[in-house]
Design a protein around this ligand. Structure first.
Ligand code: SF4
Length: 232
C-alpha cells in the first residue's frame, strides 16, 4: 500500500484527473501554475459554483455537506468534495462487520458518508472521474475511520447520477495514480507534448502548443529517458 513521504506537500485531488487526461497538462497546472479557461472548463466551473458554497442541510435521514475540505496524510492528497451525503444509520457496522458510519460534530446519531462529484458533460469511456471520486472516498475513509463502499458522479449534460463502486481495482488504480502524480511533481520536469485527440478539448492547448515541430521528437526522447531511468 503506497504512502506519501511525510515531508512532501499534499497534491490537489484534481491533479489525479489531470494526470489521467494528460501528464503534461498535470505538470503545466500543478508544477508551472498554468491555467487557461475554455468553454468546457467555464461550464464545469459554473456547475461547481452551485455546490461550492460550504454548508449543509439535513433532509429527513440524509445530511448534505457541500464544499467539504478533505485530506489524506497517507496518500498526500488534499482538496474539496463537491458534496458528501451522510445517511443516518442505526449501526456503526454493515452486514460484513465493517465500520461504515461515524459520529459527526454537533449532530446526534451515526452517519454513513456517500461522496457525490459534479461533472459537466456526459459519462466517459475512461475512468478519470471515477478515480477522482475514489480519491475523495479514500480521504473520507482516513478522516472518519470508516469504509466507504460507493459514491456517485452527477453529469450536467445528462442530469443523471451514476453510482460508482469503490472496488479493489479502482482503489488500486487511484493509489497508483496518486503515487505517479507525486513522482511527477517531485521530479519537477514537465513532460513534452504528445498530440492526441484529447488536445482538442484541452484548455491549455495554446500554452502547450502540441502541434509544434519538435514536439513529437521530444516526446519520444522523454519516453526513452523514462525507460532508461526504470531500467537503470
Ligand atoms: S494540449 Fe495535448 S499534450 Fe498539451 S497539455 Fe493539453 S492534452 Fe496534453
Amino acid at each position: 500500500m503506497p504512502t506519501n513521504p511525510p515531508d512532501e506537500p499534499p497534491v490537489m485531488l484534481s491533479a489525479l484527473q489531470h494526470y489521467l487526461f494528460c501528464p503534461r497538462q498535470c505538470a503545466l497546472i500543478h508544477l508551472e501554475g498554468a491555467w487557461s479557461e475554455n468553454f468546457l472548463t467555464a461550464s464545469g466551473r459554473q456547475l461547481h459554483e452551485r455546490v461550492d458554497r460550504r454548508g449543509g442541510e439535513t433532509r429527513r435521514d440524509v445530511h448534505l455537506a457541500t464544499a467539504l475540505r478533505l485530506v489524506s496524510n497517507r496518500l498526500g492528497l488534499t482538496g474539496v468534495a463537491d458534496m458528501v451525503e451522510f445517511h443516518r444509520q442505526e449501526s456503526e457496522f454493515d452486514a460484513e462487520g465493517r465500520c461504515v458510519a461515524a459520529k459527526l460534530p454537533g449532530r446526534g446519531g451515526l452517519w454513513r458518508p456517500f461522496p457525490v462529484e459534479y461533472k459537466r458533460g456526459a459519462p466517459k469511456s475512461h475512468r478519470a472521474d471515477e478515480v477522482q471520486l475514489c480519491a475523495q472516498a479514500l480521504c473520507l475513509e482516513e478522516m472518519l475511520k470508516v469504509v466507504i463502499a460507493e459514491g456517485a458522479l452527477f453529469y450536467g449534460a445528462t442530469r443523471r447520477r451514476k453510482d460508482v463502486v469503490f472496488d479493489p481495482e479502482l482503489r488500486m488504480q487511484t493509489e497508483d495514480v496518486a503515487a505517479k502524480v507525486h513522482a511527477l511533481l517531485r521530479a519537477g520536469i514537465t513532460p513534452p507534448p504528445v498530440l492526441t485527440k484529447g488536445c482538442r478539448a484541452c484548455s491549455l492547448v495554446d500554452v502547450c502548443r502540441p502541434g509544434d515541430v519538435g514536439g513529437r521528437a521530444s516526446a519520444r526522447r522523454w519516453i526513452a529517458n523514462q525507460v532508461d531511468e526504470v531500467c537503470r
